[in-house]
Design a protein around this ligand. Structure first.
Ligand code: PMP
Length: 449
């Protein structure tokens, strides 16, 4: 391995050097091929090396790569904002562009607080989130997140925002029906609002399907209707964090479309630039914009690279590509197929406890005992074992922590590029099955000793 000066996630680990990518595949400098079964961090949604996007990037850089949003606008940034309005549900018409998902959720949070301030309701400045959630790594976004490992080092500096449970029927139901669970989740939200006081709460934030902190935890069709009804009753805005689930990942353009409700503010990122550029957005409804347009006429946030034409042109090309090739429909179709194949695999697996998700966002939870749903011990380090075994087979999978502090479960997410073809899904499943058998054999060996 070469000496490097790059700060990487685990400093003493060795990372392969990737030289290039094409479609769902990545290649390292040793000639090894990987299926990008996670789209990196659920990001490379249209696969690697797409020529249309590369051309659009080159064309834009010949014109102008950067102008500052306080001084100019550009045709391409306006076009992207129009496109976002066209593809977003309901009256989510206004886009505030930023560079990462963390900035998008933090911008959404600030806009929610400003919305109430514009109406003289200055005490509404807390955000309710859910324990199993990840909304980003910056301090505001982390304050809203329940991801213990990412929080604990900075806990004293974080806001202690109120939190409620996310729907985790696999472990929470305990004999209750899904409907009863949903009623209880909504009641928990209502109690939390009473405890904190509705005059202190600006918004409730939720991922349509919980990603990094849950492994594609999937709510029922009714869950969000019930939660939104509580928000409406107590004058609390609803923020959908679609950073992971947005832009076709779950088989619809946005995850919330599965559940028949529209957010007041939506954060999106990752698949928007599909890995070709860092770009994300807070997409804001007419309802939320109205008092701001009539009030201070400016949103108090912004970043140097917000709405830069280079990123805007890239994201626009990604969205046009998705439209041209019906990529969202492919996500729904291939996602259903992948989930079916993994569900079949689960029948013969000793350790797959739950298969969940929508579209090409398939969560798999592993358990030591399928009957009691007992999780593996921390020493077993199951998620890392699974990730490593797949890596050796040439398949990248996304590790997730199901449960607060990983106590309640180990999960991964399969989230390949949305452009994946059926025979490629088969190849992915073959590699996954081989890795699974390897881990099962390892565990069996460990138990036998
Ligand atoms: N929200 C969600 C739901 C996410 O999954 C992530 C990233 N995993 C973020 C926010 C933060 O995005 P970023 O890493 O681009 O800052």
């Amino acid at each position: 391995m070469k000496r490097t000066y790059l700060i990487k996630p685990v400093l003493h680990d060795e990372y392969p050097f990737i030289t290039h990518g094409k479609g769902i595949y990545l290649y390292d400098d040793q000639g090894k091929q990987y299926i990008d079964g996670s789209s990196g961090a659920v990001t490379a949604s249209i696969g690697h090396g797409v020529q249309e996007v590369i051309n659009a990037m080159a064309e834009q850089s010949k014109k102008v790569s950067f102008v500052y949003r306080s001084q100019f606008t550009t045709e391409v940034a306006e076009q992207l904002a129009k496109k976002m309005s066209d593809i977003s549900p309901g009256d989510l018409n206004w886009s505030f562009f930023v560079n990462s998902g963390s900035e998008a959720t933090e911008t959404a949070m600030k806009i929610a607080i400003q919305y109430w301030q514009e109406q003289g309701r200055n005490t509404k400045n807390k955000i309710i989130s859910r324990w199993m959630s990840y909304h980003g790594i910056t301090m505001g976004a982390l304050s809203m997140s329940g991801h213990i490992q990412r929080r604990e080092r900075f806990e004293p500096m974080l806001e202690n925002y109120p939190s409620v449970s996310a729907p985790y029927y696999y472990r929470d139901a305990n004999g209750r029906t899904i409907e009863e669970c949903d009623d209880d989740y909504a009641e928990e939200l209502e109690k939390e609002i009473w405890r904190v006081g509705k005059e202190h709460i600006a918004a409730f934030i939720a991922e349509p399907l919980v990603g990094a902190a849950g492994g594609a935890l999937t709510p029922s069709d009714q869950y969000f209707r019930k939660m939104k009804a509580v928000c409406d009753e107590y004058d609390i805005l609803f923020i959908a964090d679609e950073v992971m689930t947005g832009i076709g990942r779950t088989g619809k353009m946005f995850g919330m479309e599965h559940f028949g409700i529209t957010a007041d503010i939506m954060a999106t990122g990752k698949g928007m630039g599909a890995g070709y550029t860092p770009i994300a957005a807070a997409v804001v409804s007419e309802k939320v914009m109205e008092p701001i347009l009539n009030g201070s006429k400016s949103i108090m946030s912004g970043h140097t690279f917000s709405a830069n034409p280079q990123s805007a042109a890239t994201a626009l090309a990604v969205l046009q590509y998705m439209e041209k090739y019906n990529v969202v429909e492919n996500s729904a179709r291939m996602g259903a197929y992948l989930k079916k194949r993994i569900t079949e695999l689960a029948q013969t697996s000793e350790i797959i406890g739950d298969v969940r998700g929508k579209g090409l966002f398939v969560g798999i939870e592993f358990v030591e005992d399928k009957l009691t749903k007992k999780s593996f011990s921390r020493e077993c380090d199951l998620v890392n074992r699974i990730v490593r075994a797949n890596f050796e087979e040439g398949l990248l999978v996304y590790p997730a922590n199901a449960g607060v502090d990983g106590i309640t479960g180990d999960a991964i997410i399969l989230s390949p590029p949305l452009t994946i073809r059926k025979e490629e899904v088969e190849e992915l499943v073959t590699r996954f099955a081989a890795a699974l058998r390897k881990v099962e054999r390892e565990l069996l060996g460990a138990f036998a000793r």
